[in-house]
Design a binder for this molecule. Sequence first.
Ligand SMILES: Cc1ncc(COP(=O)(O)O)c(C=O)c1O
Length: 348
Amino acid sequence: MTSECSPRFLASDNTSGMCPEAMEMLLKANHEDDLAYGNDRWTALAADRFREMFDYDCEVFFVFNGTAANSLALSAMGRSYHSVICHELAHIETDECGGPEFFSNGAKLLTSPGANGKLTPEGIEALVTKRSDIHYPKPKVISLTQATEVGTVYSREELLAIRAMADKYDLRLHMDGARFANACVGLNASPAELTWQVGIDALCFSGTKNGLAFGEAILFFNRDLAEDFAYRCKQAGQLASKMRFIAAPWLGLLDNDVWWHNAAHANAMARYLADGLADLPGASLMFPVEANGVFVELPLNAIEALKAKGWTFYTFIGAGGARFVCSWNTSTALLDQLLHDIRAALDA
Ligand SMILES: Cc1ncc(COP(=O)(O)O)c(C=O)c1O
C-alpha cells in the first residue's frame, strides 16, 4: 500500500491547480506591459492558435468561466422567445443558476431524458413537435455536452444524426465543451472532426478543467452568430481588462498539444480507477467510462465512510451514486489509496 495521500480531492477537475506550461506562459505575459481589453498580442496569438487547431477561421472570445461561456453563447444563438433543447442532466439546466435564461432575456430550456446522459434525435424531435402554437417557446437551439455530464461521449455518428435532426427543424447546435479535450482523446478524434465538420455552430471550450487557473474560449464556427458578441461579453462583465492573463496561459495548453496530453492523462487515470473498481464486489459502474469521470454505485454506508476519511466527490446522480473526476495531475498513488479505502468500506 502506498503512503497516505492528501488532499483527497476527486470531486471535479477544477480542484487541480494550473499545469506548468500554462503557468510558464502566465509568467511570460507578465514580463512586459501590453494593451488592455483583448487588444494585446497574447489574445491575438491564442485566437490564431485556436483557428489553426480547429483548421477553421472561427470567431474566438475568452471569458472567465463556463457558466458565462454557455449563457452568453446561447444568448447569441436565439431570441428571448426561443427555447434551447438540452439533456435533463445538462449543466446549463442543473448548475448555472438560470444563467442561460437570464442572459437570453427569458429563452426557456426544454429538457429531454436519454441514456448515458445523451440527447437522441428522437428525444429532440419529440420536444420540437410537441407543440407548434404561439404559446410554446419556439425551439431554436440544441445544446450538447461533450463529454457528457456522466462521463460518456457522443460519437461522430451520433453528432451527425443530431445535426440531421437540427437541419430538419432549422435548429442551431451549441456544444458545452467543459470536457471537450477529454472527448477528443476518448474518441481519438481531432477538434475539427467533433465540431464544425459535424455541424456544431458554437463551442464553449474549457481551459479551467484542462489545466488553467480560469478561462474558457467560445468559438463560433457559424460566424454570423458572433455579430456584436464582444458587446455581450462586456455587458455581462466578462471582458477582462487584462485579457492577456486569460489568453497567454491558453497558449501553454495549445502549444505542443499540451491540452491533449493533459486530457489523455486524466482519461487514463479514470480508466485506471474504473479497472480497479471492476475488481471490487459491491461497487458497480453506472456509466461507460469514456472520458475522465467515473460514476460508481456504492452502498450508502460506504459513501459515508469515504467522506469521513476526507475524500471529496459528488453524489448528485442519485442515492448511492458517487462521481470521481480525474485531472491532468491525478496520480495513481491517489487512486490506489481511494481503491484501498473503497475496498475497506465495502468489507466493513
Ligand atoms: C458540463 C459542465 N459545463 C460547464 C461547466 C462550467 O462551470 P463553471 O461556471 O463552474 O466554470 C462545468 C463545471 O463543472 C461542467 O461540468
